[in-house]
Structures are given as C-alpha cells and as structure tokens.
Design a protein around this ligand. Structure first.
Ligand code: ADP
Ligand code: MG
Length: 395
C-alpha cells in the first residue's frame, strides 16, 4: 500500500527530519534557473511539511556529472526555490557526511535545507549500500516526490528507501500516478494518442498498452517514417528504425484503421533548402516536419476531441529549427483548444513540454503536464517503477 504525506498525523512531523527526494533536474543557464516547472511541482509537498514543523531536507540530482563540478551545482535552484516560496532556503554543498548532519541538527522546525547534487557521488547511480546508509541516516521520514526518477534504481530513489520505517509519496508523485493510471487503465473516451519524437523504441511499451484502448493514434515526427515505409511509401533519407520495423508492421496490421500517418511532409536536402512534398519523399530528401495538410487534419482531430482524453508525447518535427516547427506548434495549440472544449489533456516528455512552451500555450491550458519523460512512458508501458515499489509498505 502506498501512503501519502497526508496520511500521517500532523504531530508526527513536528520537529522530525523529513528527507524529500525531489527532481530539481532543471535547465540552468549562467547560474540562473531558466525552467522551473519541476521545482514548482514540489511546492505543495514542501509547504505541507513546513507548516507541520518538519525539518525539510531536499535531495535531488542535476545533470550527469562524473565528479564534483560547479556547473552541476544545485545552488541556483536554492535561489529560485527561495523566490517561489518567499521563505528562507538553506543550501549545503554536500549531500552526506558530518557537516550535513551538523547542519540538519541545527535546523529550526519548519525550515528547509537543500542538499548538493546527489550525483556528485557515483554511488548514487550505483545504488551503493554504504551510500544508501549515509542517505538514510539523514532523516526520520522519507518522501518521494520525484516521479520522473522513479523508474531508476538509484540510492536515493530505491536503495535507501527501505531503510526508513516511514516512507511516503509526495503530492506531485501521487498526482502523476493518478493521471497516468487513468490513461493506462480507464481513459475517458474518445481517447486520442499523439505520438512523435525521434525514437520509436522508447514508445513501443506504452503504445502496446495504449493502442488497444485508443480510438485514434496520430503519428508524426521521426517516428512516422518507419510506419510510412511499412505502408510502401518512399521515405528518402528520413529517420528509419530497422530494428523495430517488424513491430511497426504488426502494429499497422492489428490497429491500422486507428492509425493516422502524415500525408505530406516538410523536407530538406543536404543543401539546407526546404519544401513540401505529398506522399513519397524523394531520394536524397529528409522529412523534418509534418506538412500543412497533415497539420490541419491532426489539429482538427485533436481540437475536435473536446469530450475525451488526449495524450501527447513527442514533437511532430524537428521543432528546434524554425522552419520545421510548424506542425508541432499547431498540435500544441489544438491541444489547448481541446482542453478549453472540455477534454482531459496530458502532455509528457522533456522535448514535448519545451515545444509546448515555445508555442505559447500555458501550463494552465493543459490538464496535466507530466514531469517525466522516460518515467512517464515506462509507467504507461506497465513497467515496474522501483522508486514507487520501494515506498510500498506491508500493512
Ligand atoms: P520527448 O523528449 O518529449 O519524449 P523525444 O525525445 O522522443 O521527445 O523526441 C524529441 C526529438 O525528436 C526532438 O529533438 C526533435 O528534433 C526530434 N525529431 C522530431 N521529428 C524529427 C524528424 N522528422 N527528424 C529528426 N528528428 C526529429
Ligand atoms: Mg527527449
């Protein structure tokens, strides 16, 4: 059984050391946080604990540093967190050890301490038992509010967790589980799936689970060309996934009537020019975005589903480049339209969320923005989530 932060009596938090595993793996540029959605997601849990007089100890990773490296320091996150909460946030430049313990002992009740990047220690990713002990010695209570890292068996998400008698799920984690479970088991119909991005491999598990429940699957992005090739179209030099070609063919034969593929494409040759083609993509050309006609069809499919559920993962094209962003921007705007018309809309994936931002659609125009990329797809695929399983308590 999963226990939430709100399942504990208030008194049990008073003066207690509560370690919250958050995902503050955010974009930082020149020492400033440029995207803080993940930080904001953890605020309800942090404020809940602060109000109950806990000593709130926040632990996160940032990037993939191989060693202690100030470019991966969480110090800028402490600054941003302080601004958001409008209260004091202490920061310490380590995540284990005597100094950290001393600092925690001195914390006032209801105050917040952010620890330095867990990944300064390779032991974090290796789930090293000694490191796990060092982590669990920091606090009395463990809270996981980092859905996006819950698919990993790392010390702070997995190994250290079972050392705590009291281990709880934070509000952001619960929200993710609730929305994604709804999609996984019981999406409100009609259910539209919008899948793009570059790698089919990452999406297969989720597609296998969701395709039988979906009414429509709109495919764009680099993922589309393997499907188009399976249908007999020429795809030029566009992305092709040989390894999963058989899977794609079988998906088309089982669910072909639900699957919409691009009819036209924005293509480019090596000289950097771009144009639109319908149907086949000529040799030497590469598809980088869905064309205008496809974009219109996809937008009306999405915008027209104002009653059901829409899940979107993966941009429709290489949206980072202006001339290949159109399809993705149209999809983002029609997601907002569907939301306003009453649909339950969910968007997941790091690049997809970046694309949504770029389109000018705001967070409040989406029912749920999933903080996870890989974790979201794994959860939808029905894979084990070690970080969530570790929270389970037998009672
Ligand atoms: P997310 O991070 O949201 O899960 P993905 O990582 O699956 O999304 O896919 C995003 C990437 O896919 C982007 O970097 C984008 O440039 C790339 N992409 C989309 N369409 C194409 C295409 N037609 N050719 C090459 N790359 C593409
Ligand atoms: Mg990505």
């Amino acid at each position: 059984m999963l226990r939430s932060v709100s399942d504990l009596d208030d008194i049990q938090y008073y003066g207690k050391k509560v370690l919250v595993r958050v995902d503050f793996n955010v974009s930082i540029d020149n020492g400033l946080v440029t995207e803080d959605y993940r930080i904001r997601s953890a605020i309800p849990t942090i404020e809940y604990l602060v109000k109950r007089g806990a000593k709130v100890i926040l632990a996160s990773h940032l990037g993939r540093p191989k060693y202690r490296n100030h470019n991966n320091s969480l110090a800028p996150v402490a600054v941003r967190l302080k601004e958001i909460l409008n209260r004091k946030v202490d920061f310490i430049n380590d995540c284990i050890g005597t100094e950290v313990h001393t600092k925690i002992e001195k914390l006032n009740y209801g105050s917040i301490l952010l620890l330095e990047n867990l990944r300064y220690y390779s032991e974090e990713q290796n789930n090293d038992p000694e490191f796990c002990k060092s982590i669990s010695s920091l606090a009395d209570i463990y809270v996981n509010d980092a859905f996006s890292t819950s698919h990993r068996k790392h010390a702070s998400t997995y190994g250290a967790v079972k050392n705590f008698d009291i281990r709880l799920s934070g509000f952001s984690l619960i929200k993710e589980i609730e929305y994604l479970s709804m999609i996984r088991y019981n999406p409100r119909k009609p259910f539209t799936l919008v899948i793009g991005g570059s790698k089919i491999k990452d999406k297969i598990g989720a597609l296998e689970n969701l395709l039988p429940k979906a009414d429509k699957l709109l495919i764009g992005g680099g993922a589309a060309y393997t499907f188009l090739k399976a249908k007999g179209f020429k795809i030029g030099n566009s992305l092709f996934d040989e390894e999963h070609f058989d899977w794609v063919k079988s998906a088309l034969s089982s669910f072909g009537e639900k699957i919409l593929l691009p009819l036209d494409h924005i293509v480019s040759s090596e000289e950097n020019s771009f144009s639109t083609v319908s149907g086949d993509i000529p040799d030497g050309m590469c598809g980088f975005d869905i064309g205008n006609e496809t974009s219109r069809i996809y937008s009306s499919e999405i915008g027209g589903n104002g009653f059901g559920t829409i899940f979107w993962n993966g941009p429709m094209g290489m949206f980072e480049v202006g001339q290949f962003a159109g399809g993705t921007m149209d999809v983002a705007k029609s997601m907002a339209l569907a939301f306003w018309r009453g649909a339950m809309t969910l968007v997941g994936g790091g690049d997809t969320i970046a694309a949504l931002k770029k389109s000018g659609v705001s967070e409040s125009e989406v029912t749920h923005l999933s903080t996870g990329g890989g974790a979201t797809l794994r959860f939808l695929a029905g894979d084990k989530m070690p970080g969530i399983e570790a929270l389970e308590q037998v009672n």
